[in-house]
Design a protein. Sequence first.
Length: 175
Amino acid sequence: MLLQKLKGITTFVFDVDGVLTNGDVIATESGELMRTFNIKDGYALQLAVKKGYHVCIISGGRGQAMEKRFEGLGIPDVFLGVSDKVEVFNDYLEIYTIKPTQVLYMGDDIPDLNVMKLVGIPTCPSDACSDIKAISEYISPFKGGQTAARDVIEKVLRIQGKWFDANPSAVDSSK
């Protein structure tokens, strides 16, 4: 059943902290919160964009470094500092005329719960909280920030025959 659903995915939506990062933040003296991102997740994200998938980031977190990271990956739809993820998600679907069944969402904690109940395939990293695991159709064997995002993107692209890139770039797209 899951494999059949993966064939219909056109859109990836990701939370940031705990999904694209390991959830740790470093607080600088200036008050900026610093995060680390996995380069393999980044490769998969930019490839999905390059292959024509909708890729969207919806996070309660914010920061210029996050904005720059996603800009460097070519992700046009980045919503940071979001308190109501369902509202942003529904607006996003309307803008692009996307059906909820076409969406794979990866979240890890309670702020993701309500939006994950609306999507075609709710997924999570292996270290997500128990409430999120309970509603996820797929739990990645990888932790947040340690290629869980790549795992789900790769699965969708492989089943749809779009994983390999004829012109892969070794350039770090984190500019």
